[in-house]
Design a protein around this ligand. Sequence first.
Ligand code: FAD
Ligand code: DHB
Length: 388
Amino acid sequence: MRTQVAIVGAGPAGLTLAQLLHVEGIDSVVIENRSREYVEARIRAGVLEQGVVDLLTTAGVGERMTREGLVHEGIELQFAGERHRIDLKRLTGGKTITVYGQTEIVKDLIQARLTSGRPLFFEVDDVRLDGIGTTRPRVLFRHEDAAHELDCDVIAGCDGFHGISRPSIPANALRTFTREYPFGWLGILAQVAPSNEELIYSNHERGFALLTMRSPQISRLYLQCRPDEDIAEWPDERIWEELHARLEVPGWTLAEGPVLEKGITPMRSFVAEPMRHGRLFLAGDAAHIVPPTGAKGLNLAVRDVQLLAEALTAWLRKGSETLLDAYSTSCLRRVWRAEHFSWWMTTMLHKLEDGDPFAVRLQESQLRYVVSSESAATSLAENYVGFD
Ligand code: FAD
Ligand code: DHB
């Protein structure tokens, strides 16, 4: 087999790249080691920056998102038993966010890919990258018991944090930056109308909690927990009890419903630099991870491949390597802004493990500043809605 761009991984990064290249008439082959059912059911992020919504719409995959996505003009921050609204739209000159599940984006992108007639292989095995330091890279893999060799011009490593692309780069050619947090998130999907119109990020003495949603009928809720927490120790009643305690304020109650799904997400910050080695370009979680508090992971993945698609188009169509050479530096500028914002939101909103009283007072002061100063609120808002 031969193609122009071999794409490893059919998550948001790989599938969006495939669609953007298709729109430009550039050939690609996407390979994914999981099944279609599995990737379409994997519950993850839900908040999209306006720039990401605009990009997906321009790429021709925004029709259902426009119909079913929930446009939000603000978020609420809760601490010391009070709610404070951050008016994202007013503070950012009109920008909003859209709540639309990552699962739905992935379904829409897979549908678009199948409609394009271009190749997408699920359930591949033994994926290996070859010749990434040469001008003739190859991807080797097995599919339905047959061995395949895919010759290409470039490889896009969109295979997430645990994929094989980043480890295919010689260790001495990469610099990595990591921060582990002493907490995780326990997330549930519940069949109940969201109890609030907007997201609530709550700093509470029992730990952080977040109310978000997927549709007018489905709520998504998160609780700060230990990183090594055993989900078996969290029967539904215990989860609801903790959510009530951390989210409720006088005059407002949290409605319960059947729990459809639950899981624990570890929290980590990670960046690998540079995001390119020869003919291999990393995008999305393959290159960087943020803790979820800033809602940036999915948005960064899409923004990376936006730049990659533009750069590949300029190179494959006009022979210009300028954008490809700038790819890593351009991405990393946005990535580090999101790393800082996600770290900042995380440390401001979570219960700090050691309960250091000095740190707790600083946290309270920071929260009061954010909700009382126009400049501080604007800084949070412009980061949250994303930079274009
Ligand atoms: P992924 O979505 O990880 O896609 C990578 C794909 O590559 C996967 O389909 C994988 O199966 C495939 N793959 C892996 N290895 C191989 C291989 N060897 N060969 C072929 N294919 C391979 N972000 C938020 O903003 N908010 C959240 O609430 C949030 N919750 C999350 C919960 C969890 C459990 C996780 C893991 C992440 C969460 N994120 C969240 C982050 C967000 O979902 C990711 O940033 C986003 O999925 C990144 O997209 P991606 O395409 O780069 O990677
Ligand atoms: C969601 C996830 C996040 O990490 C976040 O900060 C906001 C919303 C969500 O799943 O909807």
